[in-house]
Write a protein that binds this ligand. Sequence first.
Ligand code: HEC
Length: 186
Amino acid sequence: MKVFTALLIITSSTLAADFKKDIQPILEKHCYECHSEKAGKKKAGYVFDDLETFQKDINPKGAIVPGNPAESHLFIVVADAEHEAHMPPKDNLSSREIETMREWITEGAGLTKDAPKMTPTAGLAKKDLPPIMTWTNFEGKKIKAGFVRLEGENVILRMPANAQEVPYAMSKLDAASQQQAKDSAQ
Ligand code: HEC
């Protein structure tokens, strides 16, 4: 039962971010003040409440690269508190808000409900999915997931329930699971 609960917690916070419901409130709270038609401010040319304008920043060469948060300048300046152009300038989003944005961009950064979702794993046959292993976090909770790769401070796990890739901080795993991640990366 414990395994199941941990899995639910992880997947529920990472499933299907919807722009209107999940992302717009974050932008409104943290960014509109300086980047909206409403406030009449377009710092660095960015407005997030006029979706026609915002859409122009969402493309493979734009500030948001659909499917790829790590290449998305807008996401980087928000997520990296040390970045010289960190946004918002004097504040930080909560880690939950950052994860929601990461998820939304990973899924394709659609602005409307019917925007196509990117499913990076959709074309993968079952046999290509990594074997499911058990991971234990520092609280002793067990997570069942496949190893994908190491990425900076995170291990990327693939959740068996929906084949989503989820970054998990290495520091939150117990020592044996950290070793398992390192061994799997060899
Ligand atoms: C208090 C005002 C303010 C808030 C709030 C704010 N910004 Fe900015 N933003 C600016 C200013 C000013 C610049 C221009 C910075 C510069 O060119 O030095 C800027 C620039 C940017 C840039 C371009 C960064 C670069 O490398 O030039 C991005 C992307 C951005 N903001 C996104 C956001 C996002 C996303 C939020 C909310 C999470 C946000 N901003 C909140 C004032 C703000």
